[in-house]
Design a protein around this ligand. Structure first.
Ligand SMILES: CCC[C@@H]1OC(=O)[C@@H](C)C[C@H](C)CCCCC(=O)CCC[C@@H](CC)/C=C/C=C(\COC)CC[C@@H](O)[C@@H](O)C[C@H](O)CNC1=O
Length: 157
């Protein structure tokens, strides 16, 4: 059961460590080319959410994040035993939400640095917390679809 909270802690530690290194060693806007025309490390700050929406609305972000964290912990208690995949997914979302929450509390903005240019589109610069959140959300959707299929098969018997 507590294994999953360790997953969240590892996400938070990796997220905060990478953000700290970027903030300490790179000037704002500085860019390091990893793979030309595809992957760069760009020191960026975002006081909003995805795509920079709701810039500066910190109180809103605190409230939404606390609701997300409370919801995740509730679902972890309820469903963690049933599906390991779901428990890992929830702990990834928990770690990601807390990672960005720490930035919003102490920096009043989020440190971003993964900069991908996908098919010519410069995707919004993001961080490890965002990646954990997106992977977690996708895994929750996958487990939900799998469970529904399983239930349907049982009903059809
Ligand atoms: C990942 C959610 C964003 C993350 O939400 C959080 O913190 C949560 C815990 C708290 C928010 C206040 C509430 C969720 C808002 C939902 C949302 O926004 C729609 C998301 C859809 C999603 C499809 C599933 C797209 C994903 C986009 C991006 C990530 O792609 C990998 C680009 C990230 C860059 O714009 C980067 O500057 C963002 C910056 O780091 C701050 N991050 C946040 O606000």
């Amino acid at each position: 059961m507590y294994l999953y909270y360790i997953v969240a802690l590892v996400v938070i530690a990796l997220d905060q460590l990478t953000k700290w290194v970027v903030a300490q060693t790179m000037e704002l806007g500085e860019q390091i080319t990893v793979i030309g025309n595809f992957f760069y490390l760009t020191s960026h700050r975002n006081s909003g959410a995805a795509w920079g929406i709701l810039q500066g609305k910190m109180m809103f972000f605190y409230i939404v994040t606390v609701i997300v964290i409370a919801g995740i912990i509730y679902y972890m208690q309820k469903y963690a035993r049933e599906s390991k995949l779901l428990a890992v997914a929830l702990s990834l979302i928990l770690g990601g939400a807390i990672g960005n929450f720490i930035d919003r509390l102490f920096r009043k903005e989020v440190v971003d640095f993964f900069d991908f240019i996908i098919f010519g589109y410069d995707y919004p610069i993001f961080n490890i917390a965002d990646s954990a959140l997106v992977v977690g959300v996708i895994l929750v959707i996958i487990t939900t679809i799998m469970d529904e299929r399983k239930e349907k098969r049982q009903n059809d018997k």
